[in-house]
Ligand binder design. Structure first.
Ligand SMILES: Cc1cc2nc3c(=O)[nH]c(=O)nc-3n(C[C@H](O)[C@H](O)[C@H](O)COP(=O)(O)OP(=O)(O)OC[C@H]3O[C@@H](n4cnc5c(N)ncnc54)[C@H](O)[C@@H]3O)c2cc1C
Length: 565
């Protein structure tokens, strides 16, 4: 289904109508449809792909729920003011001001993070009560910045779908399955293979959408509201190149997430915000370049006798940083040489890591002999042989990496990097990059063998003899964070911060108040569920637009100035 013009359509007959039309059936769309249905609204959900789930289907589906019921039952305090400080401190560190009424954030962003605190827990509880998303409390999982003084509740905010396996990597499959089943059970009218192309606007109000479906163009009317939940723009190279500040190749969002709401919302006069930001993670270069739909982010870089080096063979980063932070490394600019020197890094590991840390869990580059593809893995009996293999593979990608080539002395420098790494692994202290220093890095350690008595479980010396292994890694997105600006109740606003009547958005298709932050595991889906709840609750109060001979006319909605502007 190709993209068509996003210019809005006008009055005319509809093929189907409902109170609420939801666009996209992933992490935000499924809960938005469920909450709307439970409010008594008729709901049509239009999904572009052949199946429901979007990126959420691929996710581990941790969801971050501040001040949740389980924390309160266990006596873990998570006061609002501390939560807001933690969130603000990380979202806009350069503006953070604990003495300011908005902590240095804009009123809009401050209102958005308050909305997360207020609504994530009731939203999660309602989904669980209605058997749409029963959960398991991950009481020991720390926030990604648990040591910051602003984080007064460093553990306890993470939930995962109840039926997820112990490693939790299939949480998305489980969560999407239970929410989809609830949507069918409760009468959400789900239409797959429908790509929404534009809004239908009558008298300044959004009264429906036009979609391309298997039988051609379909017009779907919305008596109360259209709620977009169509994901970000990871898979539109033009939007990526023009809005993201990082030269990412793409990422692991659903392949159908092509920024449709950026264009559709803009055509209706919506403001765009936070277009330069994304949820980021390292990704294997080859899969990112080939736009492999099964691509997954590297959420835990497995292996203790393992390190990352650059094209000169030098170690340049703490390999166990949380994925969003590790990914920033790839996009550093060298103002002296005029290049991105770390755009592609080389993960190097030895036979010990291969044997102990191989896994078919998603996002692992160290894979076993069965299951996951090992096409990305390069091998050499010596460091010199490994250099040849890496050099040859890098040459294949030279046209898309600005001519990436290894330095002539790569193997020598790698040998020196390994020697230094090994010396630090012996003592357990990474004096260069602090590997293993923070609690969160243990979360991203992958599977490593227990070694009695060692002080740093993230490091172990690499062997003095081969075989050695390598793979090419770059930075990518889970999905992007920018899009039309919406109120804390999901109402999309125009250039004067006035809600566009009848138009709502939740999830990665709208601007996220997280800005540069990745607060914790589940920091995308927890807030998304909160905003889906709030949008459904606001949309249900919209005055019904009257339907006459299958044409809707708008109710003459007043445009109001908003307090948070
Ligand atoms: C491997 C992986 C692991 C992850 N793990 C976690 C995790 O543990 N915790 C967490 O919080 N986040 C996680 N995420 C991120 C999380 O999955 C997303 O942030 C979340 O799914 C976003 O929800 P969404 O509704 O905005 O978008 P999506 O879930 O991507 O849904 C968007 C849907 O809209 C559809 N669509 C797009 N355009 C149109 C159109 N024009 N018309 C109709 N439909 C359209 C798409 O096909 C898609 O189904 C992970 C992501 C990945 C890739």
């Amino acid at each position: 289904m190709n993209r068509e013009s996003a210019a809005p359509a006008g009055a005319g007959a509809f093929d189907a109508t409902a109170d609420i039309v939801v666009v996209g059936g992933g992490g935000g769309g499924l809960p938005a449809a469920l909450f709307s249905r439970w409010n008594g609204d008729e709901v049509i959900l239009l999904e572009k792909a052949e199946q429901l789930g979007g990126t959420a289907r691929k996710a581990a589906f941790w969801y971050w729920v501040p001040n949740n019921v389980r924390m309160r039952e266990a006596g873990i305090e998570d006061p609002e003011e501390d939560f807001l400080r933690y969130a603000a401190r990380l979202s806009r560190p350069q503006q953070y001001d604990p003495s300011s009424p908005t902590l240095g954030l804009s009123e809009w962003e401050f209102a958005q993070i308050r909305a997360i605190y207020e609504s994530a827990s009731p939203a999660a509880e309602l989904l669980a009560e209605r058997d749409a998303l029963p959960y398991r409390w991950c009481e020991a999982v720390p926030d990604y910045w648990a040591e910051l003084p602003e984080d007064r509740a460093p553990i306890g905010r993470v939930f995962v779908p109840e039926g997820a396996r112990e490693s939790m990597s299939d949480g998305g499959l489980v969560g999407v399955a239970t929410m989809s089943a609830a949507a069918e059970r409760d009468g959400v009218d789900i239409r797959l293979r429908h790509r929404v192309q534009r809004l239908v606007i009558v008298d300044g109000a959004v009264v429906g959408v036009e979609a391309t479906g298997p039988q051609g163009t379909v017009r779907v009317g919305a008596r109360k509201a259209v709620i977009f939940a169509s994901g970000g723009f990871t898979h539109d190279p033009e939007l990526r190149a023009n809005f993201l500040s990082a030269p990412a190749y793409g990422g692991c969002a659903a392949i159908t997430n092509e920024g449709d709401f950026v264009r559709i919302g803009s055509a209706a006069g919506a403001q765009l915000r936070n277009m330069n930001q994304a949820w980021m993670c390292p990704v294997p270069l080859e899969s990112a370049v080939s736009r492999d739909p099964s691509l997954s982010g590297m959420f835990s870089v497995a292996g203790d006798s393992m390190l990352f080096v650059d094209k000169t063979g030098r170690r340049v980063v703490n390999e166990k940083l949380p994925y969003n932070e590790l990914a920033q490394m790839f996009f550093q600019w060298d103002p002296l040489r005029g290049e991105y020197p770390y755009l592609v890094l080389v993960q190097v590991w030895d036979q010990r890591a291969q044997e102990n840390s191989a896994s078919d869990e998603y996002g692992r580059l160290i894979v076993g002999s069965t299951g996951a593809s090992d096409a990305h893995v390069l091998r050499g009996e010596t460091l010199e042989e490994l250099e040849d293999a890496v050099r040859e593979r890098a040459a294949k990608y030279a046209t898309v990496t600005g001519g990436l080539a290894l330095a002539d002395d790569w193997a020598d420098n790698l040998r020196a990097s390994i020697a230094r790494f090994n010396e630090m692994a012996e003592t357990g202290v990474d004096r260069d990059f602090g590997r293993g220093e923070r609690a969160v890095q243990q979360l991203f350690n992958g599977d490593v063998r227990e070694e009695p008595g060692r002080t740093n479980p993230t490091m172990w010396p690499l062997s003095a003899s081969g075989p050695y292994y390598a793979a090419l890694v770059t930075g990518g997105t889970l999905d992007t964070k920018g899009g039309p600006k919406a109120t804390p109740d999901g109402q999309v606003v125009d250039d004067m911060d006035r809600p566009i009547p009848g138009l709502y958005g939740v999830g990665n298709c709208v601007a996220s108040p997280s800005a540069r932050a990745y607060w914790a595991g589940g920091a995308t889906l927890g807030p998304i569920i909160a905003f889906a709840y709030r949008a459904a609750n606001a949309a249900t109060k919209e005055q019904q637009r009257t339907v006459s001979s299958s044409v809707l006319s708008s109710s003459g909605h007043d445009r109001e100035e908003l307090a948070w502007r």
